[in-house]
Design a binder for this molecule. Sequence first.
Ligand SMILES: C[S@@+](CC[C@H](N)C(=O)[O-])C[C@H]1O[C@@H](n2cnc3c(N)ncnc32)[C@H](O)[C@@H]1O
Length: 265
Amino acid sequence: MLDFPRDSKVVEIVLFYSILFFSFWAKVNCSICFSSGEIDLQILSKVQAQYPGVHIINEVVEPSAEQITKYKELVAKTSNLENIKFAWHKETSSEYQNRMMEKKELQRWDFIHMIQMLYYVKDIPATLKFFHSLLATNAKILIIIVSGASSWQKLWEKYGSRLPRNDLCQYVTSSDLTQMLDKLGIKYEYYDLLSTMDISDCFIDGNENGDLLWDFLTETCNFNTTAPPDLKAEIMKDLQKPEFSIKKEGKVLFNNSLSFIVVEA
Ligand SMILES: C[S@@+](CC[C@H](N)C(=O)[O-])C[C@H]1O[C@@H](n2cnc3c(N)ncnc32)[C@H](O)[C@@H]1O
């Protein structure tokens, strides 16, 4: 699975919001997430620092066994997690939804985060509606996704129809999400964070990192060896234009801006 480059600014912002969200945790103490644990444990440690001794339930809904193993390993080697009860569910968000719907009473949550995961969900409006219905009073959902103002949006708009599609990942940005939330009548706050990704290696022939970046940008395995040469040449030219990237200190920096959408209960 392709993963987005981690930006230290993103971590800080996530933690900043976590403090905001968890200010009511002393009463209810639950969270739900989709993840391999890196961010979660940082969020949880901030909550613990703010509310020493508070009991926390962290439910992880994650279809990848590999990610779950990583999360468990991280928990095993992290100290000071005694007041946190972890539960891992190897399932997709829709499988979780179906399982929950069979129960008589729905569990309510104080904080749900969907960080860089909605690309992989088939029916996003249904997912948003369901998880919104799980929020307790004053609870929040944090969604992080590429911004509609990022170069991802431009790349997908211009070249999406010429790139091979897999049904694993959708071309979805914050513009699509805010439209969906508006349609559902769900309230949210919206923040954009400028983030860049160094794609300089894409322009060095035979560079291994460059090859991986091409695969990541086009969501195509071995793009460099399989893509029609004219398509690659066109994308290569565009990626160096100011609409897509800025040039700084000899580097080509792709606009990878992210949006933070804070959904209200
Ligand atoms: C790009 S990673 C982000 C992981 C994590 N949230 C983070 O920011 O570190 C996307 C995650 O979504 C998970 N995923 C993929 N399809 C999913 C689905 N249908 N429901 C829930 N999670 C899914 C993947 O297994 C992966 O862990």
